[in-house]
Each structure stands twice: as structure tokens, then as C-alpha cells.
Design a protein around this ligand. Structure first.
Ligand code: FES
Ligand SMILES: [Fe+2]
Length: 457
């Protein structure tokens, strides 16, 4: 229990009264990876975050110049470019990068721009397969490995040498089945950039997953505000109150592991501390099962344990993998890591979600939100081909997406509605910044602090 007198605590030390997330996970009685019950919090100050950060075109332009060309960011999954010649164009703001498999085990990335008069070699946001890279304007052509192949009327370009006119490369590295790019030739190695992620995800290998669903929606807010709507469980009480009986919120755990990685864990199958009346295990079970009364709880058992046992069996069979060592927390809880600047990765298996937030072109006030549902690749089978992304406009509901859980779709629709109202109000006169919770909103503050180090560099 971590009930403490509020007045005696330093800022950032207060926690929701009652059992902590760690207590709840240990109460399950399973052996869990030590990383799961590690806590890592640091108070980072309590100054307001100016709304200007979400509206200023000048700041947006600085991000384009000083942030995006300097950070590791995932462009696609490896399964998006499985064969030699397969390419994927990754756009972020006004940057366009062409990722292409050039050999069985080699993926390269080039600036998506012709060395003649700049035209994009392949259209923005496109995927496909080629045997060479031929500019659609005048036909300058490169081999897949970036070497110059052909220039029509080469007699007119005496200054062009093969050596100087190879396609300039962008750094590429791979981890967890993701293809990362970095435009900075002096960037630190990806392995170092990822901080705790390789160690923590050793238990939950994302390279053994495939993309089952991909949704890409335009959100009505700056990319940072859009991302921050998914950084905390504080808003569950007001925004997603349907979840109060089956998910913890105020007692969620927040960790900051370094400048670029953070985490939250909120437990499933345990009611919110906001509920003042006790909730029976039968009631929790019924809600977790979507109203079906199809399972029983043994004497002294919990709904959480019953559902976890069921999932361990059912998902193990469906995915043909051994889940016998997976604890209830690893199976069901929302265990979500953030990688600066723009990605969340959930380690779990019932919520196997990846989120990515990018500026929508050069619009300061909207963002592209990619959701990938990554399911385990059945043992001994090849990964199925990734689906084309389902594209949703600002007003399109997630409920229209086939394959997306309707409960989750409802949650995303609720978040989208908030974002439009928040971004609009950033322009109001009156109070000019957001006041963050020291604990529950620490990941937002961490993100802004790291962003500042890039903007100041
Ligand atoms: S701009 Fe590419 S060939 Fe001319
Ligand atoms: Fe939400």
C-alpha cells in the first residue's frame, strides 16, 4: 500500500491511494520478468507547457529542421519490403525517404529525390516493386544499390560522374521487425538510441509478429498533442468511463527510463480506484466477457485469473505458440512503451498495438496516426502479407474498420473527439499553457524536454 500523507511529500512523490500496479501484478502470483515490476520515475519540474508548442508554425518549422532529420524513426515493417526491389516511401512533414530492399538481407534508404532536377523518384506514401529507380521526369536511372545506371543524352552533362551521382543514402537499422531510418550521418547507433527497449522486449519479440490490421487516420491536432492523448490513463475516468469496471486508471504505473523511452502499465480485470462501491468478481468477469455469462470463477478466484487462463489457452491455440509462461499481466495488461519522438509499442498479446504519430504534411494542426495490430506469427509458418492501410479522414469513425475490435474503435473515436476540441482551444486567450500532473503526465513532460534538446542543438 502506498497511502501517504500528501503534505509530507515532495512534488512527484504522491501516488493514488491503494494498491500500486506493481502490487497488483505481484498479487497474481506468477513469475514475471523483473523489468515488468521495475519502477523508474523522476520528477522533472512542474512548469506549464505553452500551448504555442502545438500551434506555432515557427516551432513546427524548427522541428522539420532540427528534430525529424536527427532522430531514429521507423519507416515501415520488414514485411512491407520482403523481396529484393520492394520499396516503401516514408514521409514525415516535408521529408520523403525511399526505403528499398537491395539484397536478400540488405535494406537501404535514399532521399526520395532525383539528382537531376529534384523530382521524387517514387510518389509520396507509395509502396511497390522495381528493378531499377527511374525518375518519371526525364528518365535518369539508378540501380537498386544507388549507383548511377543511365542518363538520357548523357553527352549534355559532362560534369556528371558516376561516383558523384550515386543516390545519397540515409542511415538504416532494424529492430523488432521495424525498419528505422535516420537522416543524420552522425546519428548514434539505433541500439543505443533504443535505451531499454531491446532488453525489455527480449521477452516479447516483436520481430516474431506480423501486421494483421493497419489503420491510418488524420487526427485534428498537432502531432504532439495527438500522441500525448495516448500517454496517460488519467483521462479514462472522464473520456472512457465504460472501462472503469474492468481497468485500473488512477493507479496506473508510469516510468521514465531515459531521455527517449518511457512506459505506462495499466492493469485489466481490476476496477478503477475511482469506483467507491465494491464490484463483485462476477460483475467484472461479465463485463470483461462483453456481457456473456460463459465462464465461472472458482471459489476464491478472480475474474482476472479466469480470463487470463482462458486467453492463454485460446490465443496459444490460435497463434500456435506456447503461452504457458505468460503471466496475466503480460497477456492482458496495457503495457505501453514510448520511443521518442513518435512511437508507442505495446508488449502485450491481447492489445498488440503499435502507434505512430507524424505531422500531416506541413500542417501544424493535424497529424497522421498509424495503428498497427501486430499478431504473433504462428510457429513454423511464414508471416502473411501485410494489409494495405485503411485510411480514415478526420470525421471517419474507427467503427468502420474491419478487423479492429469494436470496443477499441469506440475508445479511439472518443480520443479523436477530444483532440479536435483541445487543438481548437490552444488558440484561445486566457491561460496559455497546460498544467501537467507530476506523476500521471510525466511522459508528456519527458517528451517535451527531449524535444527541447533537439531544438536547441
Ligand atoms: S528531374 Fe529526374 S530526370 Fe529530370
Ligand atoms: Fe484514450
Amino acid at each position: 500500500m502506498n497511502v501517504q500523507a500528501h503534505e509530507t511529500l515532495e512534488p512527484g512523490e504522491a501516488r493514488c491511494p491503494g494498491p500500486s500496479t506493481r502490487d497488483l501484478i505481484l498479487r497474481d502470483g506468477w513469475n514475471v520478468p523483473p523489468e515488468l515490476v521495475t519502477e523508474s520515475y523522476e520528477f522533472l519540474g512542474d512548469e506549464d507547457i505553452p500551448y504555442e508548442r502545438y500551434t506555432s508554425r515557427a516551432l513546427f518549422a524548427r522541428e522539420m529542421e532540427k528534430l525529424w532529420p536527427k532522430v531514429w524513426q521507423w519507416a515501415c515493417r520488414e514485411e512491407h519490403v520482403p523481396e529484393v526491389g520492394d520499396y516503401h516511401v516514408y514521409d514525415v512533414g516535408n521529408h520523403s525517404i525511399l526505403v528499398i530492399r537491395v539484397a536478400e538481407d540488405e535494406i537501404k534508404a535514399y532521399y526520395n529525390s532525383c539528382l537531376h532536377r529534384g523530382t521524387q523518384l517514387r510518389p509520396s506514401d507509395s509502396t511497390g516493386s522495381v528493378t531499377q529507380l527511374r525518375c518519371p521526369f526525364h528518365g535518369w536511372t539508378w540501380n537498386l544499390d544507388g549507383s548511377l545506371r543511365e542518363i538520357p543524352c548523357r553527352w549534355d552533362f559532362p560534369k556528371v560522374t558516376d561516383e558523384a551521382f550515386s543516390l545519397p543514402e540515409v542511415k538504416v537499422a532494424r529492430w523488432g521487425g521495424f525498419v528505422f531510418i535516420n537522416m543524420d550521418p552522425d546519428a548514434m547507433p539505433l541500439e543505443e538510441y533504443l535505451e531499454v527497449l531491446p532488453a525489455h522486449f527480449a521477452n516479447w519479440p516483436l520481430d516474431r509478429r506480423y501486421t494483421a490490421v493497419h489503420v491510418q487516420k488524420i487526427l485534428p491536432a498537432n502531432w504532439k498533442a495527438a500522441q500525448e492523448a495516448f500517454a496517460e490513463a488519467y483521462h479514462v475516468l472522464e473520456t472512457h468511463s465504460q472501462a472503469l469496471y474492468t481497468a485500473s486508471d488512477a493507479n496506473a504505473q508510469y516510468d521514465v527510463f531515459g531521455e527517449r523511452t518511457s512506459r505506462f502499465i495499466h492493469t485489466v480485470g481490476i476496477p478503477s480506484p475511482h469506483l467507491t462501491e465494491p464490484v463483485s468478481q462476477e460483475e467484472i468477469l461479465k463485463r470483461m466477457r462483453g456481457g456473456q455469462g460463459d465462464m465461472d470463477i472458482p471459489l476464491g478466484g478472480t475474474a482476472r485469473a479466469v480470463v487470463a487462463d482462458h486467453l492463454r489457452q485460446a490465443l496459444g491455440e490460435a497463434y500456435k505458440i506456447d503461452l504457458s509462461a505468460w503471466s496475466p499481466s503480460e497477456l492482458m495488461d496495457s503495457i505501453q512503451y514510448h520511443l521518442f519522438p513518435n512511437t508507442y509499442m505495446h508488449s502485450g498479446i491481447t492489445l498488440p498495438l503499435i502507434y505512430r504519430f507524424r505531422p500531416n504534411g506541413m500542417d501544424t494542426e493535424s497529424a497522421i496516426f498509424d495503428i498497427l495490430v501486430l499478431r504473433p506469427i504462428p510457429e513454423g509458418e511464414a508471416a502473411p502479407e501485410p494489409p494495405e492501410p485503411v485510411k480514415l479522414g478526420v470525421d471517419d469513425s474507427y467503427l468502420t474498420v474491419r478487423g479492429l475490435d469494436p470496443g477499441l474503435a469506440q475508445v479511439y473515436d472518443q480520443d479523436t473527439k477530444n483532440l479536435g476540441m483541445q487543438q481548437r482551444a490552444f488558440h484561445n486567450r486566457g491561460k496559455r499553457g497546460e498544467t501537467l500532473g507530476n506523476y500521471q503526465e510525466i511522459r508528456i513532460r519527458r517528451m517535451h524536454k527531449t524535444l527541447d534538446t533537439y531544438l536547441r542543438a
